[in-house]
Design a protein around this ligand. Structure first.
Ligand SMILES: O=S(=O)([O-])[S-]
Length: 101
């Protein structure tokens, strides 16, 4: 999914955004409303998740998010996307849409 689709969905909270970057990167800046998804919180996340919600995985550059998206699909999520270009493209495109922890 491209960054424009995600930014357009922000006002209505159309997507669940999960950020798989390291804790410092997430703390410094992330997509507004993004959940920080790490191995530590994975079981809680899976227990509470809406498996049919449109869910977008954000990493650094859009590579590792593809694997994470596949993993979520393997866990029975039905509507999962990888954010093309990752947070780097997001931050360059929408510096006004950045949330700090
Ligand atoms: O985050 S990344 O795998 O795209 S470098």
């Amino acid at each position: 999914m491209n960054v424009a689709d995600v930014v357009n969905g922000l006002p209505t909270k159309e997507h669940v955004v999960v950020d798989i970057r390291d804790a410092n990167s997430y703390a410094a800046s992330h997509i507004p409303g993004a959940i920080h998804l790490t191995n530590d919180v994975l079981s809680d996340f899976l227990r509470e998740a809406d498996f049919d919600a449109p869910t977008v995985v954000c990493c650094y550059h859009g590579i590792s998010s593809q694997q994470a998206a596949q993993f979520l699909i393997s866990q029975d999520f039905t509507d999962v996307y990888s954010l093309d270009g990752g947070f780097e493209l997001w931050a360059n495109s929408y510096p006004q849409h950045i949330e700090k922890a």
